[in-house]
Design a protein around this ligand. Structure first.
Ligand code: FES
Ligand code: FES
Length: 139
């Protein structure tokens, strides 16, 4: 019954995952389970048994993951950085489903992730950059 967030951070050393609200509201602890965005602060570890878990640590090792981090960094989408790991995995899920999202679709896709610093515009621009670069490099 331990929280998945605690097991991943404390037992697995996956400290990119952050705890914000601890109540499933802010998205700082977001990870992917079987490709879907989940707030790890409200999930008992047993519920993840036998399922595929992805965090920023694994996603940033991929070509698109590097572009996601690059896109967020280059335009000011990372300021304090506390929201960034959760936003990055959410962007990964979004781009898997929709490689060419509109600005509206990006805003809708990251609506479960709160950011106190950026006002979101820089994050949206970072996602547009990542999406365009990913399409360009896959030609
Ligand atoms: S810390 Fe999990 S949603 Fe806020
Ligand atoms: S960069 Fe500070 S909360 Fe998003």
């Amino acid at each position: 019954m331990r929280r998945l967030l605690d097991v991943l951070r404390e037992d697995c050393g996956l400290t990119a995952i952050k705890e914000g609200c601890g109540e499933g509201e802010c998205g700082a602890c977001a990870i992917l389970i079987d490709g879907r965005v989940v707030d790890s602060c409200i999930l008992p570890v047993g519920a993840a048994q036998g399922r595929e878990i992805e965090t920023l640590e694994s996603i940033r090792e991929t070509a698109r993951g590097r572009l996601i981090v690059d896109g967020l960094s280059r335009g000011g989408g990372v300021q304090c950085g506390f929201c960034t790991p959760g936003i990055a995995v959410t962007i990964e899920a979004l781009l898997r489903e929709n490689p060419n999202p509109s600005e509206y679709e990006i805003r809708d896709g990251i609506s479960g992730n709160l950011c106190r610093c950026t006002g979101y515009q820089q994050i949206v621009e970072g996602v547009l950059y990542t999406a365009a670069e990913t399409r360009e490099r896959s030609r």
